[in-house]
Design a protein around this ligand. Sequence first.
Ligand code: FRU
Length: 494
Amino acid sequence: MSIKEWTKEERYRELKDPSELKDLYERIQKSIYRQKYHIQPITGLLNDPNGFVYHDGCWHLFYQWCPWGAVHGLKHWYHTTSKDLVNWTNAGLCIKPDTEYDNKGAYSGSAFLGDDSICLFYTGNHRDPDWKRVPYTCVVKMFDDGRIEKLERPIFGPTDKMSDDQRDPKILYNEELKKYFIVIGARTHDKKGCCIIYESDNLLKGWKYAGQLKVPGFEDFGGMWECPSIERINGNDILIFCPQYLKLERRGNVTNHNGYIIGNMDWETLTFMPEGHFHVLDFGFDSYAAECAANLEGEERAVLVAWMGLPDSSYPTDEDEWSGCLTLPRELRVRNRRLIQTPLPQLAELREVEVDAEDILSGREKLAGPMEMLFETGDGDFELKLFTDEQGNGGLSLKYNDEERMFTVDRSGLSQRFNIEQGEVRMHEIDSPLRTLRIYLDTSSVEIFVNDGDAVFTSRVFPTDREISFKVTEGAGIKIWRLKSVSNTDFVVT
Ligand code: FRU
């Protein structure tokens, strides 16, 4: 099947009735690359995670959703829920772009627990008939009984101090000042990426523009900052954002990144004072638009989830009419002025059976997701190839050079190659010598946690039925588990 060319009308078609999606839903169930324990789109395309929040024993997580196929078109918020961050249930369509203010998409945003409901703050992507963009900040209330109510009017429109790229509201409350703030990603008129801040005494009204966030040393860092947030973890302020139109060393030809700066936030002067430089959040190929759960602030840890994909990219499942998934939710901590990401302890519940590595190496069993692998690497250089053929050829290469402490992931050896122009190698110098690798394989993804979360490499991979083995440096300790399939697959749209 060839990849469809989409007209604007097709991409922005309004979803009138869930039954319009039933055939598409049935077709994508047949895709061999559907995931087994990651959140993936019910149909069409998934991009950013949105509105991540914990309330009354339940986690709510939404994703940017274009129902029609593997294309960025009319974006909705699709809702999933979980009791444990491991088993996810499809809960249906939540925000529909059905007003003048969001006529061309309900774009990304965040959640906050209000008095009577979960309040979802998002960007209404309005476009006029000449396709001129006007971004509004809108709110939807979601009540415990499932009722959804969109505020009649946006809480504010765009500021003329910036270009029309203003989106992705992150709502937070400052105890000391007894004030709500909204951080928004923006691009100045002279094309520099930045954040702008709004403030109010009231969650749902009285919002006013407070100014541009000052980040000394980062006045000229990328051309647009998407999905910003300012998190507080164990006394540290962390500015997490996605600078675009930016080249970074060891990141191939990619110009969209997701990273963070640790520092101190002064809400009175709207200054984020960096302590150190910009760090990439995930060193793999496919990770963007990370979001932390809203109401764990101030704790020693946060929970983070990201889109396992990148803007301006295409994936082999485009042919199967779907695209994208989310990463595993991860625990986020600060250690030695760095963010450390670790898999959630409760993921161990997914282990179904332990697999003997010899059974895979001898061809009696196949290497294929859903699986978890743990390697004790020993001293010195180390090499692992995942998804080789039975003779150990090809595959996704993970290499560690001990002298330079360089960890390299190279996906050019896989038979299904994609986004080649972005470069097929990613590298990162790790902080301490390699000791362990914990790897989560799903049908079409790998998440590699180096040294207990010192560095993470997340990537989509699309192994074929000949890429079923692995090869590893002799002497490494290996444990492998086959995992349960628990992914969100029900057809729930309303
Ligand atoms: C990031 C992003 C956001 C926007 C959303 C639209 O991937 O471009 O800035 O709100 O996706 O789907």
